[in-house]
Design a binder for this molecule. Structure first.
Ligand SMILES: *[C@@H]1O[C@H](CO)[C@@H](O)[C@H](O)[C@H]1NC(C)=O
Ligand SMILES: *[C@@H]1O[C@H](CO)[C@@H](O)[C@H](O)[C@H]1NC(C)=O
Ligand SMILES: *[C@@H]1O[C@H](CO)[C@@H](O)[C@H](O)[C@H]1NC(C)=O
Ligand SMILES: *[C@@H]1O[C@H](CO)[C@@H](O)[C@H](O)[C@H]1NC(C)=O
Ligand SMILES: *[C@@H]1O[C@H](CO)[C@@H](O)[C@H](O)[C@H]1NC(C)=O
Ligand SMILES: *[C@@H]1O[C@H](CO)[C@@H](O)[C@H](O)[C@H]1NC(C)=O
Ligand SMILES: *[C@@H]1O[C@H](CO)[C@@H](O)[C@H](O)[C@H]1NC(C)=O
Ligand SMILES: *[C@@H]1O[C@H](CO)[C@@H](O)[C@H](O)[C@H]1NC(C)=O
Ligand SMILES: *[C@@H]1O[C@H](CO)[C@@H](O)[C@H](O)[C@H]1NC(C)=O
Length: 898
């Protein structure tokens, strides 16, 4: 300080002497004769500096330059200025208010041309380096109190060899003898280097060798980092007066994956463009960016050949430097400072000045990711899911994604696009504390399992689900993976961060809602829902345990036919059936084999339910103590609702407390006279006496009437026997397979016309056919069933056939007689038909059932004995066109279910 002050004092004296000398020399008019010269003198003695001198004079800098010493002045020669600039300079007057204008127009600042406290003398360069290729030195602004660093270069094979900031030095080492300073004449004006962003932008190579990987020479990542203008003052402060290491894109992408890159560079502009961003999120994000950039900043201007003089502060080893995160590096230079090595990586482009620092570029820095840690939150930002993160913060759930060590397994399902209306519970439903690797969960060996149930992290609903977590299921189909059959998972490989896995899903995952809304309409559960509605069971009280509802769906009730009619008609029975199927406990279809639940149903009865399943079976059996049959539940069909789980089942199970007798079933056929007839013969018919199983074919009431079968029908006992099926044949009729023996002694055969249309016919008689309309079985005996059929079996035809079969010889004779009758009756028929057609027209014919109709439709077998003889074996097959034949007057639309 005192030294500086002293030199100033000396300057004042010198100025005084100078003024004196100019007064003297003005008379001589010959500069070369002068014994005392200053910087200004030298400028004025050389015509090529006249413009620069004028500029200095007009800007009032002459006193300043005379005032200082120990400096280097870079003086642009006249050709450095454009005509326009010269024009400006000439028009200036010395009024100080024009100075600022000038500075602006010409971008002129005397300081840009001064290197303080240093006399750059090219003669003083190390003589040993005379034959060097390049000599590079960087003068940093700290040491030379300039606004920006200077780069001095010598190129041995160029003329002129020296340059400053890539401006050629043409007049070297002009030294005034009366001032401790030196002038270097240069070919261009000196401007402030570009700022860091512009500089990085300028690194792009125009003609890149296509053979090489482009990414090695591109710096878009770092450019983007600076372009975002995030926390800019701080960022610029970090790099100011320092050295910036710029990794190429290749280097960057080798260190960070695309999600991490998106985060660090704020690809989705959530940090830069969102003033409302949660302050905690913002703080962490900014600090990560700061940590990252500090890895790439070395303190001070480090470059060129004078590395070691810049590294004085690290005394223990002058090879060592450290970045702003205090990681230590070995720093060396090659080729006299034109390549800067950090540890083992060499700079690709070196010593590039920007307005307040210097940068070097690299392709293989291995420390750029050090001290930058990632967690699930940061990955979510990198996946453009910042809004989801904000929701978590809003609900105070951020701990789920902040777990730095990620020790706990976690899978998160994030909706693809933004969503609204989250609640704490619904957010938690997007999380699961399992590590769900879809491809492993659904791998080949498990391929029969196409659905798996998982626990979500939503477990707080004490009232509704007890202490259990709400569940969700994932199914795999050829269309991909789906959650709860509704939300598509967009990719089978998760994003992984530690033990946390992230999947993107098509839509916002909703928590299972109310019972009724949870049921897929395609499951066809409407009948059960109708019952539940009638019983006021669509809403459940909170039971602090959750509910399991076994719900007959898939039109199961339709298959139940007569039994359905019973339940449908009897509200007491209905309530028993439905309430027995609702359990006060959560039982899922992935329950372990042999688990036993001691529970209650909503009738309040204690029940136990044991689970049994066989390996590789797609169903489980729930063995309720309150049901005789074990209930078959398809695995993973579970439908979740806010109070528990629904199992759609495709069969009807009646609790043991419900009894439906054969008599009940006959009543439901509406052929109640049948009961009367049976009662009449209950002492005589063996099947009814000994109390074994039997089934009944009950013709519709109308068809009985039509066929003249009344209480006084003479062959009523035979008729009944013909319609009573042996109990051990019941399964054959139910399965429509095998012989069906009647109490009468003849056998029937069943035939499936279509999957739901079964017909019965007498063995060896293709024409005595009846059709099953409805069926139902007694609850106490599964071999005691009632089949409502569309018409009675013709006893008369049967008797003939029986006769025919048991007495072959007579039968032949009879055959002849019948043959004659047949021919006669055929003739008769033809006449009648022809006449009928001519006389009455088809409508009348088809509408009026009479003898002729019977001829065409012998299935309606008549009780009149006389008809036995006139049975027309041949004509029957002629006409199966039932449209022309009137059915019984009452149409029963067959329910073709079996
Ligand atoms: C950078 O150097 C300049 C000139 O010496 C100085 O004014 C400025 O405060 C320095 N900036 C920082 C951040 O150190
Ligand atoms: C750099 O300069 C450009 C253009 O002059 C400007 O848009 C940008 O904001 C500057 N960047 C910094 C970091 O100063
Ligand atoms: C960076 O990480 C290293 C080791 O991983 C640690 O020693 C150092 O303190 C960290 N630096 C900062 C600034 O956090
Ligand atoms: C620096 O170089 C020295 C000597 O070559 C070596 O011992 C040291 O491990 C290096 N340090 C680093 C940080 O690479
Ligand atoms: C990022 O998410 C926003 C919604 O938050 C959306 O508008 C934008 O298109 C997304 N950007 C990309 C690149 O997907
Ligand atoms: C995380 O899941 C893996 C299997 O995916 C399992 O091996 C590990 O034990 C689980 N860790 C914890 C803490 O549950
Ligand atoms: C209705 O069902 C209940 C329970 O099975 C039974 O007790 C009752 O007798 C039935 N009522 C009628 C009218 O069948
Ligand atoms: C269920 O009840 C049975 C008998 O009441 C008992 O033996 C069994 O331990 C109970 N099981 C559970 C899980 O409570
Ligand atoms: C369930 O347990 C039964 C009886 O122990 C066993 O036979 C069956 O194989 C088991 N099923 C499975 C899937 O392990």
């Amino acid at each position: 300080m005192t030294k500086h002050f002293g030199s100033k004092l000396v300057n004042y004296i010198l100025i005084f002497l100078f003024l004196l000398s100019t007064a003297v020399t003005s008379t001589t008019n010959d500069g070369s004769e002068l014994s005392f010269t200053t910087v200004i003198d030298i400028l004025s003695q050389n015509a090529e500096f006249s413009t620069f001198l004028l500029l200095i004079q007009k800007t009032g800098n002459v006193p300043y330059l005379n005032d200082i010493s120990d400096f280097t002045l870079f003086a642009p020669i006249n050709s450095a200025f454009t005509d326009l600039q010269i024009n400006y300079i000439e028009q200036l007057n010395d009024k100080s208010n024009t100075v600022d204008v000038l500075k602006e127009k010409l971008n002129f600042d005397i300081e840009n041309y001064l290197l303080h406290n240093f006399l750059l003398n090219t003669n003083n360069l190390d003589k040993k380096n005379n034959n060097i290729f390049k000599y590079i030195n960087v003068f940093d602004n700290l040491n030379y109190s300039n606004k920006f660093p200077y780069l001095f270069k010598k190129n041995a094979n160029e003329e002129p060899a020296y340059s400053i900031n890539d401006i050629k030095i043409v007049d070297q080492n002009l030294k005034p003898n009366f001032q401790n300073a030196i002038i270097q004449g240069i070919t261009s004006t000196i401007n402030i280097p570009l700022n860091v962003t512009e500089t990085i932008e300028g690194l792009k190579e125009k003609n890149v060798d296509k053979e090489k990987s482009l990414k090695s020479f591109e710096y878009d990542s770092m450019l983007q980092f600076f372009q975002q203008k995030i926390d800019e003052p701080k960022l610029l402060n970090i790099i100011e007066n320092n050295t910036l290491l710029i990794p190429s894109d290749k280097n960057f992408l080798k260190t960070f994956n695309s999600i991490e890159t998106n985060y660090l560079l704020d690809k989705f502009q959530k940090l830069s463009n969102n003033s409302k961003l949660n302050s905690m999120i913002k703080k962490n994000w900014l600090s990560d960016r700061e940590m990252f950039i500090k890895n790439l900043v070395l303190r001070g201007i480090i470059g060129g050949n004078n590395l070691y003089s810049r590294l004085k502060e690290f005394k223990n080893s002058h090879h060592l430097t450290e970045n702003l995160n205090h990681a230590k590096f070995n720093l060396t230079s090659n080729e006299y400072g034109s390549i800067i090595n950090i540890n083992n990586s060499s700079s690709y482009k070196s010593n590039i000045l920007f307005n307040n620092g210097i940068l070097h570029t690299y392709n293989d820095l291995d420390f750029i990711g050090d001290n930058v840690t990632f967690n699930t939150e940061k990955y979510l930002h990198g996946l453009n899911k910042t809004e989801f993160v904000e929701e978590l913060y809003l609900r105070n759930l951020q701990h789920l994604i902040l777990d730095e060590n990620n020790n706990n397994n976690m899978t998160i399902f994030i909706p693809e696009s933004n969503m609204f209306g989250f609640t704490k519970s619904s957010i938690l439903y997007h999380f699961s504390e399992n590590a769900i690797w879809l491809e492993e969960e659904f791998n080949e060996s498990n391929s029969f399992l196409n659905t798996i149930l998982f626990n979500s992290s939503f477990c707080s609903s004490n009232k509704k689900l007890g202490s259990n977590c709400q569940r969700f299921k994932i199914s795999k189909s050829e269309r991909g993976y789906y959650i709860n059959e509704r939300y598509r998972i967009l990719h089978s490989k998760p994003y992984q961060i530690g033990n946390h896995l992230i999947y993107i899903i098509s839509n916002d995952l909703q928590l299972p809602g109310d019972f009724i809304l949870s049921i897929n309409p395609f499951y066809r559960c409407s009948t059960s829902l109708k019952f539940l509605r009638e019983l006021d069971l669509l809403e459940f009280d909170t039971n602090k345990k959750g509910y399991s509802v076994l719900l007959p769906c898939f039109d199961a009730w339709d298959k139940f036919e007569l039994n359905f009619d019973y339940i449908n008609d009897n509200i007491t029975a209905q309530e028993l059936v439905m309430k027995n199927l609702i359990v006060n406990d959560l039982i899922y279809s992935d329950s372990r084999n042999e688990t036993v639940y001691n529970s209650t149903n909503i009738l309040g009865e204690d029940i136990s339910i044991s689970v049994s399943n066989s390996p590789k079976d797609l169903n489980i059996n729930l063995n309720f103590s309150s049901f005789e049959r074990s209930i078959n539940v398809e695995k993973n069909m579970d439908i979740f609702f806010n109070q528990g789980v629904i199992h759609p089942i495709d069969d009807i199970y009646l609790p043991s407390s419900i009894e439906i007798s054969v008599r009940d079933l006959i009543k439901l056929t509406k052929t109640s006279e049948f009961i009367e007839y049976l009662d009449k013969f209950k002492e005589k018919i063996p099947m009814l006496i000994n109390g074994t199983s039997f089934s009944l074919l009950v013709p519709t009431s109308a068809s009985l009437e039509f066929n003249g079968i009344f209480a006084n029908y003479t062959k009523l006992e035979d008729f009944l026997n013909l319609h009573i099926i042996n109990g051990n044949s019941t399964q054959n009729i139910l399965n429509c397979d095998g012989e069906i023996s009647t109490s009468y002694g003849v056998n029937l055969l069943c035939e499936k016309v279509s999957p739901k249309d079964y017909i019965l016919k007498i063995q060896n008689d293709d024409d005595n056919v009846i059709r099953i309309i409805k069926k139902g079985c007694s609850t106490s005996d599964s071999n005691s069933c009632v089949f409502l059929v569309d018409r009675p079996i013709s006893l008369s035809r049967l008797n003939r056939n029986k006769y025919h079969l048991s007495l072959p010889a007579v039968a032949i004779g009879l055959g002849i007689v019948v043959g004659v009758f047949f021919i006669l009756s055929l003739l008769g028929c033809i006449i009648v038909i022809v006449m009928g057609k001519n006389n009455r027209g088809p409508e009348i014919y088809s509408n009026v059932p009479d003898v002729e109709a019977d001829v065409d439709e012998p299935l309606l077998g008549r009780n009149d004995l006389s008809n036995l003889d006139s049975a027309n074996h041949g004509t029957i097959s002629n006409n199966h066109n039932t449209a022309n034949v009137s059915p019984p007057p009452i149409h029963i639309i067959p329910q073709r279910h079996m």
